[in-house]
Each structure stands twice: as C-alpha cells, then as structure tokens.
Design a protein around this ligand. Sequence first.
Ligand SMILES: [Zn+2]
Length: 436
Amino acid sequence: MLQAVQFRGTAIQIAAALTATWAGAAAQSQPAEGYPTAEQVRERLYAAAEARPDLCVAVDLTAKYGTPPTHQGRHLYAIKVSANPGLDEDEPAVLFVAAHHGDEIASVLTALHGIDVLTEAYGTDADITRLLDTREVWIAPLWNPDGYESGRRLNGRHNGNGTIGVDLNRNYQSGWGTCGGSDTPGRATYSGPEPASEPETRTMVAWAADKRFVIVHDAHAGGYDVRTGYGCDVGHPWDAFFRWQTGEIIEATGLEMRARNSCCLARNIHHHIRTNLSNAFLWELGGKSGDSEAVREQAEQVWRGVVRSFARPISLSGHTIDATTGEPVASTISILEAGFTLGETGSGGGAFGRFDLVLPPGTHRIEFTAPGYSAWAISVMITPGSAETREIRMVRDAQGAAAPVGDPQIVVKPPDGRSVSTLGPISGVVGRGDGE
Ligand SMILES: [Zn+2]
C-alpha cells in the first residue's frame, strides 16, 4: 500500500517514519530547515575542494561527459576524495550517490557528511587513510536536483499530459519496463518513455562506463534498511554473497537496519551490477527529511558501514593490455558459467586498462574479450580475503585465424609481486555464449 504523507522538514525524527512514502504528490518548499539548496550543495563540493586540494576535486559531470543538463537546466556534480586527487591514478573507483529521489533529502546530508568524515580522518584514522591512499572515492550528493528543489520524488520532465517527472530509479536499462515501475506518466514510479530517457540517467551511464565503480552505495530515505541484488524474483547468482556483505555493512554501522533484497528492477544499483559486475547496495536511511542534526548523527554511523564496504579487499584486479605494445586495451569481462540471466559483464579500460572485480568465494572462470584480440580465459580461486592481481596480455587476432595456442601469455602476479607464474591461452572452445 502506498500512503501519501506530507513531511515537514524538522518534524520527522530518524527511524520514526518507516512507512514508504511518495511525496511526488506532496509538494513542499525547499530547502527544509538545516538543508542546503541545490546550488548550495554544488558550492559545498567546490568549497571542500578548495579547502582540501590535497584530497578533493569537484567535477561537473554534465560538462565532463557532454550529457544533457536536467530538464530544468541544472548540471550534476560529484567530488572525488582520494590522495593525489588531481591525478588519474591506477586505483579502483567506488561510488556513493544520493537522492535519485528528490524528496529523500536526508540522503543528501548523509552524502555531504561523508566528505567531512573522510577528509577529517585522513592522516589520523588508519582505515580511512588507507582507503583514500588506495581508492578513488566518489561522492555525488544530489542526483535529482530538479526534484530536490521542488520537494518532489520525480525529476523535472514535463510528460506532456500535464504531469511532471520520471522516477529516476526506475529509468535504467537493466530490467526497464519489466517490474516495479509504472508506464503511466504521473505515477510515483513512472519509468519514463524509454530506458535511460532522462538526462540524469544518461549522465550516470556515461560516468559508470568511464569509472567502472567496483563498489556502489546508493542512498535513499523512507525505509530503514540496506538492499541489494535484483528485485521482482529475478535472482542474482551472487545474492548470498551480496547479502553477506550487507550484513557486514549494517554491523559496522551499529544501526538497527534490516538487510533486504531490492524490490524492483531498472534501478541505479542494477545498472552497476549488470554492466560492471559491481557490488551495489541501496540504503533506506529512515525518515526522508529528518531533523538535520539527527541525520548528521546517523550519517556518522552510516559512513562506518560505507567505509567498511569501500575498503574491502578487491578480489581480483589487473589490467588488460596489448601483449606487444603494453598499451591499455578496453576489454569486456565475462564470468563463464556463472548463471547470469541479464547479460552481466564487467570491463577493463581507461588510461591503464584497469579492471577490478569483487567476486564471491569459489572458483571462477573469467573471460576477457576485445575487438581485434583473441579471447582469453583464466581460472581464479577466490576466498573472502582474496586480493589478487592479474595482468591480462591481449594478443591481436589475425583476421580469420584461430586463437593462438601453446604460448603462455597470461602473467599471474600475486599482490606482493614476488613470484610470477603463467597460464596458457584458452582454445576457441571456451567462448562467449558457451555458458548460461
Ligand atoms: Zn528513493
């Protein structure tokens, strides 16, 4: 049952409003007391970058990726928090994004608080120092500025029938139109006219393809739980592993939150899970617009869980590079015989051909493909603490020729770099489409 509830900014205490609410119908003026305007959110990012140039860089993502501004003409922004933030370092990228739903404003404060948590603890807290030394942490505190400014869940699209707004968290391609969203403009879960129709969605798709976030946290408010996996009874083969991580995250927060499965598809987390093999989690942070001080207090605990997750071992990292030139190669990564049903793949790429995978414990057969190169597959045995590095040296494929055999090409390098072993190339038998 959906229940429309009118929220006043300071009236709702955290954890007091567990009822799912749909404020698309309950417009209010913004900002609520203690909350910044969309413009002030942007200013906070640039102010943080100015205050801590050693740790922060603010980025106009709309400009960077050339994606359309929001329907009301706004850009989307993020801040990178990492040592040497001005350099594109060879590090895994992780993401915290908030407020795909514009009225779930507690998520915005929670995201902004994360910047303070990370920058203030760097150099004194060992875990956070290591995190910022070894990862690119990206925080995007306001993904739906149009909705935020008008106190609405949906974005600013004029649907043409007198209604406004698309549910940005039902607009991604992964499972779009199958379940959990509405095809009726004006409904609180309207999925949009087509997959990724919205400027905000397109910006995230471009950003995700560029950064290939290995861990994603997507903040909402309303319920009080951490969700993962696919919804609508579409199982993900890694559900048990995702749920195990969810438990670990909640435990680190010390909050009485529940671990749950996602309840629909075409969400932001599903996009990252499906297109990058990311491990992605959705937070429901209690009351949508709780007392700002209480939200900040809770955020302190939330970020313990987020940091725990961001800092977890990356099971398998490495680079896909040209075996002859050493140049980075943009590759597609498939986990063979994994039981995926939505065409899930990961990728290597960027300035270093980097890839990062957090994999469930067990043995995985992983295939790397790239146009013009022979396919390669490796087998890896993963434990919960695995942090292996493998360099994948892609061999150019002479047109029409079979993949070369017999010549060891895949260098296996443990993280300590001491020993080096090699695996032979795979034959053409193991190819895409042979698995599920
Ligand atoms: Zn939401």
